[in-house]
Ligand binder design. Sequence first.
Ligand code: PRP
Ligand code: URA
Ligand code: MG
Length: 208
Amino acid sequence: MGFQVVDHPLIKHKLGLLRRVDTSISHFRQLTQEITILLTYEATRDLILEPRSVMTWQGKAQAERISGKKISVVPILRAGLGMLDGVLALIPSARVNVVGLYRNEETLYPVEYYKKFNNDIQIRDALIIDPMLATGHSMAKVCEMLAEEGCSNIKALCMVAAPEGVQYMDEHFPGVTIYAAALDDHLNEDGYIIPGLGDAGDRIFGTK
Ligand SMILES: O=P(O)(O)OC[C@H]1O[C@H](OP(=O)(O)OP(=O)(O)O)[C@H](O)[C@@H]1O
Ligand SMILES: O=c1cc[nH]c(=O)[nH]1
Ligand SMILES: [Mg+2]
């Protein structure tokens, strides 16, 4: 598996603000979106280009355009929605395939409550978005759902990952590359990432 902490001063600075307990809802949303744009930039580095001739003000010139498979973004409800605008800012024509999961607080395994996939999901590369990779159970569940649909090329973006989640994904979906803003220290006894962000869904939606 590929796991990459995207190393950039802007990401580090914005993540520091995101971690602050006194960051407002609106600022939390804005920072999440901005960091997602930076992660998307890195995660799309291997997109394939093809040459293309364009008519410029000085006649024809050689340019390039993205070719090959198209992308579908897969936000994991709820918190993943906070990252959607960031991806769409760079890939405005991406299709969106939504999965609704919540984590059972006792078992720390996800419960599925919603799924809406496009008809052409299997011919697109999938980009899963969820701010938190804690145990990795939610991310793995979505990879399983995508694999069942025939998706063969899957990447994921998250704000903060725990070593436990990275290891779980490595064991179960070694072909999936994850791009994160940070690799944190550990999970606490309730399955929360330390230091983490707290409950990202609550911070984005203003619940609690
Ligand atoms: O790696 P895991 O241990 O599976 O935990 C991570 C999941 O937990 C959070 O969702 P939550 O269940 O809080 O739902 P929410 O987005 O609706 O708040 C988070 O957004 C991930 O989806
Ligand atoms: O730290 C965590 C773990 C799971 N979900 C969150 O929102 N935060
Ligand atoms: Mg939550």
